[in-house]
Design a protein around this ligand. Sequence first.
Ligand SMILES: [Fe+2]
Length: 162
Amino acid sequence: MDVENRIPVVSQYGSVDPAPPSNESDVTILKQLLLDENVQMFQRMRAVFSLRNNGSDEACLALCSAFITKSALLRHELAYVLGQMQNNVAIPTLQERLTDLNEHIMVRHEAAEAMGAIGDPSAKPILEKFLNDENIEVAESCEVALDLLNWCKSDEWNETDW
Ligand SMILES: [Fe+2]
């Protein structure tokens, strides 16, 4: 393809991501890149999307281990892709991020929505706990996530109820 005509592609998850996946596929190397605060943000995001596309538990846990990063933007992106991956091994980490009142609101919001997207009802109690969070963005995200979990398990599939 002519480089001048390159445009962002739609991922296997149907999203147009802020960075294309890294060409690197080794999970250990990708994790190192992701955790390195001296690496350019674009390259760290490329590692995020490559790990997401990998889809394994190992890749999911590598993403979970990166919430120690200083960048709230990157932590938000991690929560978002964990929702896309729909792997419930991420739930303990996402619960921890939602519960941490020192965490950035943007990250807490995305952790709540990711738990809805994963679709595992085990996340319900924690989402209910923060339904009245003083930060409206967090409270609304918990509400949406709970509605999604309830919608997923409703056997009647009656759209008029929703
Ligand atoms: Fe978000």
